[in-house]
Design a binder for this molecule. Structure first.
Ligand code: FAD
Length: 528
């Protein structure tokens, strides 16, 4: 019988499982946690079926795009928590961290050779789709890709890449109750046969060690340091969630756009934990809705289906938050999921997987790319009105022009832009409202929109702890008009693409607290 959650599972190969394998291999790539995980639940089902132990493999290589000490530290702190969780569940956990003397090439395929079946994340962005294709091409057993990205399975959110949040919202609302009833197990149900202390056939990473000195010794970019006071992992992510719900959720609707010291602001600060999968959107929604006395599915408001307000409950803060965390977050995921699928079916390389394997990591869902010097992205990705409008204004004179180095060094004429860039570089976060302004201004002060895209992709993914995410690309592309509509009057450089200005931002918000916060950051005084 097909269940609701079967819609989350896609076989990546036509090969059958091998019941004689030694274990079921769960390769955590995006959902880096051992609770509230559909991939984990699916792997445990296979353990029951084959009566074999579970092996959880979590890896971190040296050469992923924008690898640096900040990203490495955050992910390794998560691996520490996962090691503890696996010990508590009694399952084998094999953490691998690539070092120059222990390269990781081909390791997952070697582990897969001994498996009954492999389960991994059907994450739609960054290097994960290419990893999955490469594994599927090499692996002799079944590889199941499990979509644990969102509350509602992406397969149920439409066949085409979505073009506006307003189109996606009704689809999410229509399936929400069903998805809620079919959530992943908050506490996984581990059968005895899944438990083991199987030893890994490689030198595993020792989670007992101090992460930061270890990372400092690795040959990765050390110029982007870990953020003082910010810790990765489920434990830290849950603490951020609890603190948000108990103190800041209650003024989210009014306060989320106000730039401020994050300690005073209304935003949750959860995006790095969602991005790494240390905390999932399910747990976030459960905790937020759980803060309302006695909330149940009966509180969903059918009359508000498809509307931004009042659907989940009558509390404006909870609704406002869930609209961002579910609808807007899913815009990026759904768009990547469908775009990836469309490009895959058209791509000759997809049909020749052996060529793909040589190229991991690579990314080009025609052609959001990893910026290998190409500049077709905006031509092929943007809605026609935005593309044409930007083209018509391509030769407009720019009042200011900056290079990547100047942007990176927060060296523009605009104090607000410089403050936002400084916040990003120092803390790995950037206030949401200012992030929009930040992107728009790079468009205004760059020689071409194509150059803007490369600058934003690079700065966002290099520094932001939530970067390299579907919402990195959807957020950046929003600055060029994707998911938006024309905003007359026509202006220089922007055409009818929505314009934002620092002067208007200063009129709209009190910024003294934010400037003071960034000043303390530059003096090394503010906790992040
Ligand atoms: C140029 C640009 C780049 C961006 N890059 C990223 C990125 O790399 N990673 C990333 O996760 N988000 C990105 N965003 C979206 C948004 O800025 C962040 O999700 C948000 O600021 C994260 O802070 P928070 O967790 O405190 O948000 P909260 O306001 O507390 O929201 C809770 C959650 O809802 C989701 N969310 C909130 N706002 C948005 C939004 N506008 N679009 C999509 N999801 C949203 C996020 O998952 C967020 O963690 C980008 C936006 C822009 C304009």
């Amino acid at each position: 019988m097909t269940t609701f959650n079967d819609t989350r599972v896609r076989p990546a190969t036509t090969r059958p499982a091998n019941p004689a394998g030694r274990y079921v291999l769960l390769w955590v790539q995006a959902v880096r946690r051992l609770h509230s995980s559909h991939a984990l639940d699916h792997a445990l089902r296979l353990c029951r079926l084959f009566r074999k132990p579970l092996v959880v493999y979590e890896g971190l290589k040296l050469h992923y795009p924008w690898a640096n000490a900040r990203h490495h530290t955050f992910l390794l702190e998560g691996m520490k928590d996962n090691a503890s969780a696996a010990a508590r569940l009694g399952v084998a956990y094999w953490p691998f961290v690539e070092t120059p003397d222990q390269p990781g090439r081909g390791l997952v395929a070697r582990l897969a050779a001994d498996a009954c079946a492999v389960v991994t994340d059907d994450h739609p962005a960054y290097i994960v789709p290419a990893h999955n294709r490469a594994l599927a091409a090499k692996c002799r057993v079944a590889v199941d890709l499990v979509d644990g990205n969102s509350l509602v399975p992406l397969a149920l959110l439409g066949d085409k890449p979505v073009s506006a949040a307003a189109h996606l919202r009704p689809r999410i609302h229509a399936r929400f109750a069903e998805a809620w009833a079919n959530r992943a197990a908050a506490e996984p149900d581990v059968p005895r046969e899944a438990q083991s202390n199987l030893a890994a056939p490689f030198r595993t990473w020792n989670p007992a060690q101090d992460v930061r000195p270890f990372v400092a010794g690795l040959p990765i970019d050390q110029t982007v340091p870990p953020v003082p006071g910010v810790t990765g992992g489920t434990t830290a992510g849950r603490a951020v969630l609890a603190e948000f719900v108990s103190t800041r959720l209650r003024y989210y609707a009014e306060g989320r756009n106000q730039p401020d010291d994050p300690a005073r602001g209304a935003a949750s600060g959860l995006s790095p934990y969602l991005r790494s999968g240390h905390v999932g959107i399910q747990e976030v929604a459960e905790t937020v809705l759980g803060s309302l006395a006695g909330w149940s599915l009966d509180d969903l408001n059918p009359r508000a289906k498809g509307k931004r307000d009042d659907f989940y409950c009558r509390d404006a803060d909870v609704n406002g938050f869930l609209d961002e965390a579910v609808t807007w977050r899913d815009v990026g995921y759904q768009w990547h999921f469908r775009r990836n699928a469309e490009c895959r079916t058209q791509s000759a390389e997809w049909k020749n997987p052996s060529r793909q394997m040589e190229k991991v990591p690579q990314f080009n869902f025609e052609t959001m790319d990893f910026s290998p010097g190409g500049d077709r992205t905006l031509d092929v990705v943007l809605p026609v009105w935005a593309r044409d409008s930007l083209r018509q204004h391509a030769r407009d004179e720019r009042e200011y022009l900056y290079t990547l180095d100047q942007f990176e060094a927060a060296d523009t004429h605009d104090p607000l832009w410089n403050a936002a860039q400084t916040e990003l570089v120092r803390t790995g976060r950037i206030h949401n409202y200012l992030r929009m302004l930040w992107g728009k201004k790079v468009l205004e002060w760059s020689a071409t929109p194509a150059q803007t895209y490369r600058v934003l992709e690079h700065l966002n993914n290099k520094y932001a702890l939530d970067g390299r995410d579907p919402n990195s690309y959807s957020g950046i592309l929003w600055c060029f008009g994707l998911f938006d509509r024309p905003w007359p009057p026509e202006r220089p450089v922007f055409g009818t693409v929505r314009f934002m200005s620092s002067a208007n931002t200063a009129k709209k918000f009190k910024l003294a607290g934010y400037y003071e916060y960034v000043r303390r950051l530059t003096e090394g005084r503010a906790p992040a």
